[in-house]
Design a protein around this ligand. Structure first.
Ligand code: HEM
Ligand SMILES: *[C@@H]1O[C@H](CO)[C@@H](O)[C@H](O)[C@H]1NC(C)=O
Ligand SMILES: *[C@@H]1O[C@H](CO)[C@@H](O)[C@H](O)[C@H]1NC(C)=O
Length: 317
């Protein structure tokens, strides 16, 4: 049986991670792997906070480490927040805004997020810790990007150097949020939604989670992840990954990215490629996560650094 792996939802052996780390990073920094085009026009930088908030990464990591002791599902939830942020108006923290009607209608209530997107209180905790250490410096959009990388890494996935320097938006986009990739979308619609943000089939396969049916079913029991050994991660294997992140369900992926009539000519070969070559998969996972984090960031003087991730700073009314 083919056992496809996904970047955002898998757990991998640490030894592989360490072995791969250095060159995966090189590939990522070069912005290209396996003939894939480099990310265009990114103004982000992995050293963005080196002078202004050198402990930013450590602070985010510490808050997540503490929080996941009581909420083992948290890393997965944080990865998903970055995804749902970046697909709407680019990675600008718009997902984090609460209702402030009539100006701000929160994206948290659209079907893809309602009772499903979670982890917001931990984002608040991260923001508080960062505001304490370096007030007004680290954006909420960058918090989500950092949290996603740290979460992939904590789950035993690859490491990479997160590109930073995003600023926070001051609006939400409900129409776009209502159009987030859906569980019910056929392959061609998912491909189109990814293409709209410059992500290709390879990214769809490396990132997508639709093939984890149980995990992708709203209302998966909270206790499903309880048995994780958080303090000393083991050498995780695919079985473990299947059990834990997919609520002990059998992976549905064999059917999903493989069975659509359009799959044979598009995603199916990629699924096979990743399933048979973890090295290939790992490097694509990193490249795709970086590409996703590069979707239309606000930089320079655009946007703002929110003081509170749930509210814009100056409402202007
Ligand atoms: C390709 C289109 C995608 C669809 C249709 C999809 C759909 C879903 C759905 C329905 C859930 C279940 C939410 C719940 O249990 O309430 C889910 C969970 C999740 N998704 Fe996706 N997803 C997609 C792509 C992605 C991508 C690109 C990422 C990461 C980069 C991602 C990461 C996750 C994670 C980590 C979870 C678990 C979240 C948690 O446990 O809180 N997904 N997804
Ligand atoms: C995603 O899963 C749902 C439910 O299993 C299915 O209806 C849909 O076609 C799947 N999407 C793809 C791209 O396979
Ligand atoms: C696996 O993928 C890597 C990176 O693309 C490549 O260098 C290597 O040759 C592949 N291994 C096999 C057995 O195909």
């Amino acid at each position: 049986m083919v056992r496809p792996m996904t970047c955002c939802t898998s757990i991998y052996g640490r030894f592989v991670v360490v072995f791969l780390f250095s060159w995966v990073r090189l590939l990522a920094l070069a912005g290209a792997a396996h003939g894939r085009p480099p990310v265009a026009g990114s103004a982000l930088s992995s050293t963005f906070y080196d002078a202004s908030c050198p402990r930013a990464h450590d602070i985010v990591r510490r808050v997540i480490q503490n929080a996941r002791v009581t909420d083992p599902r948290l890393p997965a939830s944080l990865i998903r927040l970055h995804f749902h942020d970046c697909f709407i108006n680019g990675c600008d923290g718009s997902l984090l805004l609460d209702d402030d009607l009539p100006t701000i209608q929160s994206e948290k209530h659209v079907p893809a997020n309602d009772n499903s997107a979670r982890g917001f209180p931990v984002v608040d905790d991260i923001k508080s810790a960062l505001e304490y250490a370096c007030p007004g410096i680290v954006s909420c959009a960058d918090i989500l990007a950092l949290a996603a990388e740290i979460s992939v890494e904590l789950a035993g996935g690859p490491h990479w150097r997160v590109l930073l320097g995003r600023r926070d938006g001051t609006t939400t986009n409900i129409e776009s949020a209502n159009n987030l990739p859906s569980f019910f979308d056929p392959l061609n619609v998912l491909q189109e939604k990814f293409r709209n943000v410059n992500l290709e089939d390879t990214d769809l396969v490396a990132l997508q989670c639709n093939f984890t049916r149980q995990n992708c079913t709203p209302g998966q029991p909270e206790g499903a992840l309880e048995n994780l050994d958080l303090a000393t991660p083991k050498l995780f294997d695919n079985e473990y990954y299947g059990n834990i992140l997919h609520g002990r369900a059998q992976l549905d992926s064999d059917q999903v990215m493989l069975s659509d009539p359009a799959a044979a000519a598009s995603t199916a070969p990629i699924v096979h490629r990743f399933a048979s070559n973890q090295t290939d998969f790992f490097s694509n996972c990193v490249v795709s996560m970086i590409k996703m984090g590069n979707i239309s960031p606000l930089t320079g003087k655009n946007g703002e650094i929110r003081k509170n991730c749930r509210r814009v700073n100056n409402k202007g009314y």
